[in-house]
Design a protein around this ligand. Structure first.
Ligand code: ADP
Ligand code: MG
Length: 258
């Protein structure tokens, strides 16, 4: 197995807050990798820096052999890294299909919205969009405005949108957050199926059943540092992970064990 995505020694401060403190995350080609950690531990910041939303203070991001550190978001997207956002960023006033056409255009041209939608959505693009919407289970909503979708359906639209580019790796920021159990099941199934077809994943998620059931390998962030990386069964019982979540102070070990 070779490393597809690596973010090594990433540091980033916002004013006095050290959001990332030399953290390293590596994802093997073909893996479903998880990124977990308490609120504020730097997970979303890591995604932002990998995908060009903000510049690293230090460290290096690589896609395969290529150094992609601080490239702009559309460049990162067109090189094969798709992502979704913790709070979905679909275009609320556009229909589901129009959102998909925007995604296709963004990928093909490496730019946003200069071409009117009517001209941008050729028959082949629409066919591909419908296939993906059928895959994610929201094809019947194709002509509805995105703002009418439930939160879980928006997450599925965002996943569909990202897939229009045929990404090599997809970064998902809390795909199960606020989503009902039925749709969580759909999202899980779709991730597994895409992974079988060759797509690599890096997933931030608070839902531990979701992470532990889906991921091959998990990295735990705590205060901007990657404290441990390993398979779910190792992560589950690692003392440093319990400490990160429970906030056990250094030196408290004896008391906590009692
Ligand atoms: P997580 O996704 O793990 O909950 P974040 O990466 O969102 O954590 O945030 C890590 C830390 O960096 C937090 O303390 C957060 O308040 C801070 N932070 C993140 N983005 C910004 C920003 N744009 N400006 C200021 N502080 C930020
Ligand atoms: Mg976050």
């Amino acid at each position: 197995m070779s490393v597809l995505l690596s973010a090594r020694g990433i540091a980033k401060a916002f004013g006095g807050v050290q959001a990332l403190n030399g953290a390293t995350v590596e994802v093997e080609q073909g893996a479903i990798a998880g990124l977990i950690g308490p609120n504020g531990s730097g997970k979303t910041t890591m995604f932002n820096l990998i995908t060009g939303f903000g510049r690293v203070d230090s460290g290096e991001v690589r896609l395969g052999e290529r150094n992609i550190t601080n490239l702009p978001p559309d460049k990162v997207f067109s090189l094969g890294i798709g992502r979704t956002f913790q709070l979905t960023r679909v275009f609320a006033r556009l229909t589901v299909m129009e959102n998909m056409i925007v995604a296709a255009h963004r990928h093909e041209r490496g730019e946003g919205f200069r071409m009117p939608l009517a001209r941008a959505g050729g028959a082949a693009t629409r066919r591909r969009a419908m296939e993906l919407l059928e895959f994610t289970g929201i094809a019947k909503l194709a002509d509805n405005r995105a703002e009418t979708l439930s939160y879980g359906q928006r997450k599925l639209l965002e996943l569909s949108y990202v897939l229009m580019a045929g990404p090599e790796i997809v970064l998902l920021d809390e795909p199960a957050g606020g989503v009902n159990p039925t749709l969580i099941g759909t999202i899980t199934d779709r991730i597994r199926e895409l992974n079988k077809q060759g797509t690599t994943f890096l997933i931030i998620e608070h839902n531990m059943d979701f992470v532990m059931g889906l991921c091959d390998v998990v990295t735990v962030l705590d205060y901007g540092t990657a404290v441990v990386t390993g398979p779910p069964e190792v992560i589950r019982s690692d003392r440093r992970v319990l400490d990160a979540y429970l906030g056990t102070a250094e030196g408290d070990d004896d008391d906590a064990a009692a």
